[in-house]
Design a protein around this ligand. Structure first.
Ligand code: SAH
Length: 423
């Protein structure tokens, strides 16, 4: 066993189960499979070291295998302690020879120890989901910054943090906002979050959505997806916003829009996707109905003020159901918090289904390949994915679905590229 990669995982005996699950995910990831076949021939990452901090799921395993097939030397760790699938980790280390530092449910210290262990590979390129790895690099592992050529960021909140770093002139290498491609945020954020978050709340609480009032905090792509799916299940959807245009959009899509303090009184389920902290806080808990369900599908465990809830409660009954804690308030009302206020879809279910991660991770893999060729010409800061990659992923995904589309005639092409013609 001398050739086993460096690792810290929970249970190697789960390997076979992990392999079966990764293979299952792969069936729904045809775009990434195609990329892997090409990478295996062309080896674009030969001699490059990658560190990846992502949700350690079966879908991420398919991405990591794709990067490894391209010749990369890899170390991976978790971007969230609740989403790690221990069986998948056993397969990555013991079947696929990938270095992994991730165990489900670790505390904050172990979480950062794992990030540091992955960084010990001394990466050329980094992959992040939520900016914790990039943040660690810029605060406690500065000695590694010099060697880093570029990075990729997977999620909205990570891109928000990176833009703040860039505005402060603090970001020391180029990071590509993979989240901002159309083939990522229009699908992953919308259909992925929409379905998987409701799936998680159902698994956790066995709730019937029909007839319930579901309050959605934030009407970005994630919020839109949640609203559509909750409405589809027969719920009354209420949206809260701080942006007038988004609030107007939600209104014209037929949802009720009101301040959270008002919504707090009528909601049966609350789902936050604001990318800020304190979307739900004590003043809201104060007026909620007995039995209200609280979940976050946005940003870490700070959108719901969990600490504030803990202080208000006279008693906490942990894990009264799968990933559900009950907080009992002084007047006897019970509030239910799913997945500790961490990302509900990854904490209480499996995250987005593979067929949507196929596109997000095809964007990641192709962006990484592009970066190996272009990093030297990029300035430190937030960089966009080239449009050709975005369109290519959409085109291949359609092909794998057996769907054909039209192309412009040369006459139409001329018309689109000119301004002289009138109507
Ligand atoms: N790391 C932070 C930030 C939000 S993560 C946190 O954990 O709180 C949100 C990202 O998770 C999305 O951008 C999405 O692409 C990713 N994700 C969702 N389902 C996933 C899955 N099955 N496997 C890997 N990543 C997934």
């Amino acid at each position: 066993m001398t050739d086993l990669p460096q690792h810290d995982i929970a249970d190697p005996s789960l390997r076979a189960q992990g392999v079966a699950r990764i293979e299952w995910a792969e069936r729904s990831m045809p775009v990434l499979r195609q990329i892997r076949e090409r990478f295996a021939k062309e080896r674009p990452f030969e001699g490059q070291r990658f560190a990846a901090c992502m949700h350690m799921t079966t879908e991420t395993a398919v991405l990591l295998r794709t990067l490894k097939a391209g010749g990369a030397e890899l170390a991976a760790c978790a971007s969230n302690p609740l989403s790690t699938q221990d069986d998948t980790m056993a397969a990555l280390v013991h079947e696929y020879g990938i270095s992994v530092f991730a165990r489900n449910g670790v505390d904050r210290d172990a979480y950062y120890a794992h990030i540091n262990a992955a960084l010990d590979i001394r990466p050329d390129f980094v992959f992040d989901d939520g900016c914790d790895l990039v943040n660690t690099l810029h605060t406690t592992r500065k000695e590694l910054l010099e060697a880093i050529k570029a990075g990729c960021e997977e999620t909205t909140t990570g891109v928000v943090r990176l833009r703040q770093m860039a505005a402060d002139d603090a970001l020391r290498f180029p990071v590509v906002a993979v989240n901002d491609t159309d083939t990522k945020h229009m699908f992953d954020n919308r259909y992925g979050t929409g379905q998987s978050s409701l799936d998680a709340i159902m698994r956790a609480t066995n709730l019937l959505f029909a007839g319930k009032t579901v309050v959605i905090g934030g009407f970005g792509y994630c919020g839109k997806g949640l609203a559509e799916r909750a409405a589809g299940l027969g719920a009354h959807v209420v949206v809260t916003e701080i942006d007038p245009t988004k609030a107007l959009d939600a209104t014209m899509q037929g949802y009720r829009v009101m301040p959270m303090l008002e919504a707090a009184r009528i909601g049966d389920v609350f789902i936050t996707v604001t990318s800020n902290r304190g979307a739900l806080r004590p003043e809201h808990f104060e007026v909620m109905k007995d039995g209200a369900i609280l979940a976050n599908a946005g940003h870490f465990d700070i959108e719901v003020d969990v600490a504030g809830l803990g202080e208000m409660a006279v008693e906490k009954r942990s894990r009264i159901r799968h990933q559900t804690d009950e907080y009992i308030l002084a007047d006897g009302r019970r509030l239910l918090l799913v997945a500790e206020g961490r990302l509900v879809n990854l904490g209480a279910a499996e995250g987005h289904p593979a067929s949507v991660m196929d596109m997000s991770f095809a964007d990641q893999a192709l962006t990484a390949e592009w970066l190996t060729k272009t990093y030297a010409s990029l300035e430190p800061g937030v960089v966009d994915v080239p449009t050709e990659i975005d369109k290519h992923v959409a085109r291949v995904k359609l092909e794998t679905m057996g769907i054909q589309i039209d192309t412009l005639t040369s006459d139409q092409e001329t018309y689109m590229n000119s301004w002289e013609f009138g109507s």
